[in-house]
Write a protein that binds this ligand. Sequence first.
Ligand code: 16G
Length: 220
Amino acid sequence: MIESEELQEGQLIPSERELCERYGISRMTARQAIMELVNEGVLYREQGKGTFVAGKKVQQEAARLTSFTEDMRERGMAVSSTVLEMEVEPAGPVVARFLRVDEGERIIRLKRLRNADGEPMALETSHLLYDVARGTLEVDMSKSSLYEELRRGGVSISHAEQSYEAALVGEADAEVLGVAPGSPALLIERVTFDAKGRAFEYVRSVYRGDRYRITSVLRV
Ligand code: 16G
């Protein structure tokens, strides 16, 4: 019913009894199927209201190095961001290691909430080499693309190393992302290099598990 779009995003699904009648299955089977779809994030439950069809996930190919702005524009979605923090500060030990600089080196920390079609998708904290990214300090980063600004400043973005981890959304992040604390999330870390092989960006992003899905093509 979801695939044929008979049931659409945000719609209440039929009761267990209705499903049993329609498909000639037992109550147990209907209950089990609903539970599995809730676990997969296809359906969601609201206390006292019922079970509803969840929104579709944004599917992202993990092969090309793209920016959030490019990713969402390609899908015809409107991009917006909220700048939560933007500071010039000394690199701590973790950031220094990822950016291959000494601890205390000047960096820019930019924390943004990234929205697609007005819906929160991810919380992204970028740590950038000050010398490479200082031009962005004069730009309104709620309206601009970081990668576009860096390219305008002469940075030749070359490649990135990226990792994915399963995580649960913490209390503070949950409020900003508009999900319940403890909701599933995808923790993505990226170190981005320029054409000279210099690591200029270390990013930690918390993507909403119910909105995002990564795919890749594997070859033998
Ligand atoms: C993506 C990148 C992030 C980069 C941002 C720039 C991932 C996991 N992260 O979100 O590293 O800083 O794009 O986006 O894909 P912008 O150019 O739209 O500001």
